[in-house]
Write a protein that binds this ligand. Sequence first.
Ligand code: 0RA
Length: 646
Amino acid sequence: MSEEAKKNQYSADSIQALEGMEHVRMRPSMYIGDVGTRGLHHLVYEVVDNSIDEAMGGHCDTIEVVINEDNSITTKDNGRGIPVGLHKKEGVSALEVVMTKIGAGGKFDKDSYKVSGGLHGVGVSCVNALSSHLKAVVHREGKVWEQEYERGKTMYPVKSTGTTKDTGTTVTFTPDDTIFTQTTEYSYDTLANRMRELAYLNKGVTITLTDKRNKDEKGEFISETFFSEEGLKEFIKFLDETREPLIQSVISMEGEKNGIPVEVAMIYNTGFSENLHSYVNNINTHEGGTHLSGFRRGLTSTLKKYADNSGLLDKLKFEIAGDDFREGLTAIVSVKVAEPQFEGQTKTKLGNREVTSAVSQAVSEMLTNYLEEHPDDAKQIVEKVKLAAQARHAAAKAREMVQRKNPMSVGGLPGKLSDCSEQDPTKCEVFLVEGDSAGGTAKQGRDRNFQAILPLRGKILNVEKAMQHKVFENEEIKNIYTALGVTIGTEEDSKALNLEKLRYHKVVIMCDADVDGSHIETLILTFFFRYMRELIENGHVYIATPPLYLVKKGSKKRYAWDDKERDDIVESMKGGASIQRYKGLGEMNAEQLWDTTMNPEFRTLRQVSIENATETDRIFSMLMGDEVPPRREFIEKNAVYANIDA
Ligand code: 0RA
């Protein structure tokens, strides 16, 4: 190539790179999912993932994440440092290529478990494109190198600013507020949950998180260090902390099967729910996939074989089903797959066929050994399976009742439901209201065209503590199923929720703004989380926010949702204002309820989403489970919705 041609080639490539970066800025959601809170936090995960990659390759053991005072983020690792030498094809430093070229990925070696597809693994260049400013500092080859960027555009060529004995990469970025228009404020808890999870998933790596925006009582920055020596074994204990163990030890294994690194940990508790968590390359695969199928297969076949041989199930009159082996089971499956294929609605379902048998074999070997070495535990587990099978028979009958009712016929709808007249579910809303009296007010206040009211009697069943058949037999819960028109069982999955006939696309929980109200709200959310998770995942669940105060002066009336707002209003009224505190929905008349809480023009609905299913699961079991102390501690420390980003 002539010099002239080379120059043209270079500028053509850099134009392409620029276009890539421009494209990220034009369509950020394509790369990071959304530009709300989730996307904002995703930027941090993206950079940290690269450091974790270094750690997985054995090149790094410490990662520091700092939320700076101005909500910019600094991540620092002691990996090899991003290469700074000339990138032959691009004609600039490799650092610049990694930072400004979409799809350059980062690693030039193919054998790292870098995630393609899904949300992670889009590259640090994406973070750069979506930051108003980013600075990369690399310690490598005895020198300190740096480069800065503005909205992804290089400000100056990579320069050396000093010497060093260390290696590693430090990235400081400020999310662009013209992209993240909703918020650029980082949540410490959200980041802490992810860093904790990463520490468990990558044992031996120390991850610290520091919040420079806040100081504690001692005048020190809030900071936590996450480190796990035993990985999943400790993760399981953390997840099941508030459940009563059935067996004392964690059953776990770590190894490679058919070239696929597999890690599994499981424990049985005395509860009834099944809590399976699965990860691929450190990403939580909410929708499961081939690795989870492999786990189930290995578990079922091994336990079945053991139970049959042991003769413990001889007197049982019916077949044991797969589900029976998983009651009271908490398990984590983590695999590393070189080229993962992600499928499903949220692209969190692993599709790679070869993974099923790898995991299944790993689980069989692990469990066979364990059962042989721990006959007492084995007996406990089999006894529990037997009980589960018996309970399942009772539940199947109760569930049939829920399934059989046809919600489309008016006759099938619950008597307590005041339905709306609109037939198009996308336009319809249903309010689940605590108590008959508030239900009455809501019924008068609503717009009957598109708003339906379902009053619930007092506290609904705590599903966290109830066996399945009790849940399906519960009147209030049956009413929710029939009113919503959702049934259990699809062609693919007999336990999946069928939302095809969902009658309202907005399901609004409306409770008093007091302690009792929030308890009831939590009970309903627990039910949705355990039995109708798809409803939450598809964005159908909302929480209404009734005001706390009415401030009046003469004929002037204004509502306040918190103390500050109340004080501001009182001040703006310049004396003589009276304050009424609403203790419950019942104290409002129909018109007030409509104006403040139900009218789509003025109300605020909080949409419920699941930010981190693993953490949410732990919190529900803590809040609603048996052990009181952790619950009290949690309630004292946090609001109830710490992890339900509503
Ligand atoms: C490209 C190649 C190599 C490492 C990295 C990128 C790298 C990226 C990030 C981002 C944050 N921390 C990071 N650490 C490393 C391989 C380096 C080599 O072969 O020496």
